[in-house]
Write a protein that binds this ligand. Structure first.
Ligand SMILES: Cc1ncc(COP(=O)(O)O)c(C=O)c1O
Length: 305
């Protein structure tokens, strides 16, 4: 699956630092920390007709990531929310929209690694694009297990949602070379951790399992799926999962803001059955909570956009 250019994004407005710019003018300095060292934190957020999905949870994770990275002068939530609203309003975006919200450590006075060189505060980027869920929920995706191990807290804690994505990009390159959609990354113990850009679940005998969140990103959709299982009385458990368990699962699916819940129909060439009742139930519950968990966008409704 290769995303294509969406013509609707040709003239979009992007918020950088303190104001909106046209797509072609929206830039950060070559002295910005994200250029110098991937020194930034980010969130992917989806917009549905009812508003911005799970915004409070995304802002909480962004703040926790920035705190762990010892960012200074992090903008207040009010400022960030205002910037998001202005961007969506300027673009008339109220559905089928994905926001890439990035907070860099900001511009340095000279190139270098030392955060003390950052003296002008962080830089907020709100990049909202027309982007329906990237995976086809009916067809699903095929994956391979990658030779690239997912970082664990010994090296780089995946509880920080940072922009240093090389770990995952290397795995994705392997998936591309193998002609499949995504790479399944194992942890240092050889258990499944997550796909290069989404979390993984399997269903066996009516029980939903997902890897312990030791090496994977503690995905917001992953958390919601666990909540929905409880709500729907579907037994669910976080545990170490080996490739053999995944190959023999009744169903495997992935979760993430980009693609929502998507079935996985093959792992390393082993076919996995689709059409389980459990994923169908979870998808139904997921759809139902879209309205409930959305923050409305002031002055932007279907009527006036
Ligand atoms: C590596 C990785 N795993 C999982 C996810 C899914 O997380 P979420 O459900 O918060 O979108 C993401 C999303 O950014 C990711 O980058």
């Amino acid at each position: 699956m290769l995303q294509k250019f969406d013509q609707r994004n040709k003239e979009i407005k992007v918020f950088v630092k303190d104001r909106l710019y046209s797509r072609h003018e929206a830039k950060v300095s070559v002295f910005d920390s994200v250029v110098q060292g991937g020194d930034a934190v980010w969130e992917g957020i989806r917009v549905y007709p009812a508003g911005i999905f799970l915004l409070d949870r995304h802002l909480k994770r962004l703040r926790e990531s920035a705190h762990a990275m010892h960012f200074e002068r992090v903008p207040e939530n009010e400022f960030i929310i205002d910037a998001i609203h202005s961007t969506l309003r300027a673009n008339g975006m109220f559905h089928d929209t994905h926001i890439r919200l990035t907070l860099t450590r900001g511009e340095k006075i000279t190139s270098g690694m030392d955060p003390r060189l950052n003296q002008s505060g962080p830089c907020l980027i709100v990049l909202a694009e027309w982007k329906p869920p990237v995976y086809n929920h009916e067809d699903g995706i095929a994956v391979i297990s990658s030779a690239i191990r997912r970082n664990n807290p010994n090296y780089l804690d995946s509880k920080i949602h940072h922009n240093n994505l090389i770990n995952n990009i290397l795995a994705k390159i392997q998936a591309n070379a193998a002609g499949v959609d995504a790479a399944l990354m194992l942890d240092s113990g050889g258990f499944a951790s997550e796909l290069n850009g989404t979390n993984i679940f399997m269903v066996k005998a009516g029980v939903v399992y997902t890897p312990n969140a030791d090496s994977c990103l503690h995905g917001i959709t992953r958390g919601l799926v666990l909540e929905l299982c409880q709500k729907e009385n579907i037994p669910c458990q976080e545990k170490n999962l080996s490739l053999t368990e995944l190959y023999n699962a009744d169903e495997v699916f992935c979760s993430g803001t980009m693609g929502e819940l998507t079935p996985i129909y093959a792992i390393d060439g082993r076919p996995i059955r689709k059409n389980s009742k459990v994923l169908a139930m979870l998808n139904k519950a997921f759809e139902a909570c879209r309205n409930q968990y959305c923050s409305p966008i002031p002055d932007l409704t279907l009527g006036n956009s």
